[in-house]
Design a protein around this ligand. Structure first.
Ligand code: GDP
Length: 236
């Protein structure tokens, strides 16, 4: 997939402030300093798309970009940062939790994990949370150029070993480097594939009748939304 346009849509402080759910969304998230901003700039082919910040945890908003006028790239706040106001530095902030649980047009999360480090508890916790909440995700190991290939391999294998028991089929994994650009085509390929699957599914299905029943509770709404999520061959 080529990126022909990347347009900043908005910075949303919470789920309610996010734009309509008309376009499929692909969300990127990871521990602060995992290399998310750098990777997003490489993916978009546009420096400055996501701010490359020297201060961990600076970006606390849900930043949304419309790509190729057909899908949205969502830059979620990093988790687990230590600096900044204590109240804001909850491990996984509530806006992110709400977005991941209830955003009906969220097609896949790209969970970024640094390949230059051995498995970090905070990342394991986050991936476990995604799994428990049935959020569709793939794992993206970042900064593959930072250590030797053997070291990166060992770290990635150790991470996958720690989570192996949670699934019958392990999630898809990708390795990339914002420095070399390796992995870019593969990540855009995932988005392309899911977009095609969604288009095929939409074509096969007659349009749903308009929703008329009001929801009695947030939980009921969540259950309804989960059913409406496109079936995208969840990786577990
Ligand atoms: P974020 O906090 O997750 O958005 O991380 P940034 O993109 O701001 O990157 C954090 C630091 O890691 C910066 O100093 C980047 O230059 C560096 N970095 C990011 N990606 C890579 C990479 O692929 N390879 C290497 N060697 N360093 C990287």
């Amino acid at each position: 997939m080529d990126i022909s346009s990347a347009k900043f849509e908005c910075s949303a402080p919470d789920l309610d402030s996010c734009p309509d759910e008309a376009l499929p969304e692909f969300a990127f998230i990871g521990r602060s300093n995992v290399g998310k901003s750098s990777l997003l700039n490489v993916l978009a082919g546009k420096d400055g798309l996501a701010r490359v910040s020297p201060t961990p945890g600076f970006t606390k908003m849900i930043n949304i970009f419309t790509m190729n006028k057909t899908w949205r790239l969502v830059d979620l706040p990093g988790y687990g940062f230590a600096s900044g106001a204590r109240k804001d530095s909850a491990k996984f902030n509530q806006a992110v939790v709400n977005y991941l649980k209830h955003r009906t047009n969220l097609c896949s999360v790209f969970a970024l994990i640094e390949s230059a480090l051995p498995p970090q508890d905070i990342d394991l916790e986050f991936v476990e949370w995604l799994t428990r909440n049935a959020v569709p995700y793939v794992i993206v190991f970042t900064k593959a150029d930072k250590v030797t290939p053997a070291e990166a391999q060992a770290n990635m294998a150790a991470f996958m070993e720690r989570i192996a028991g949670w699934f019958e089929v392990s999630p898809k994994t990708f390795t990339c480097s914002a420095t070399t650009g390796n992995g870019r085509a593969e990540l855009l390929g995932v988005i392309d594939e899911l977009m095609k699957a969604i288009a095929a599914e939409a074509e096969a299905k007659p349009p749903a009748p308009p929703e008329v029943t009001p929801f009695r509770s947030v939980n009921q709404l969540a259950r309804h939304n989960r059913k409406r999520r496109p079936d995208m061959n969840r990786p577990w």
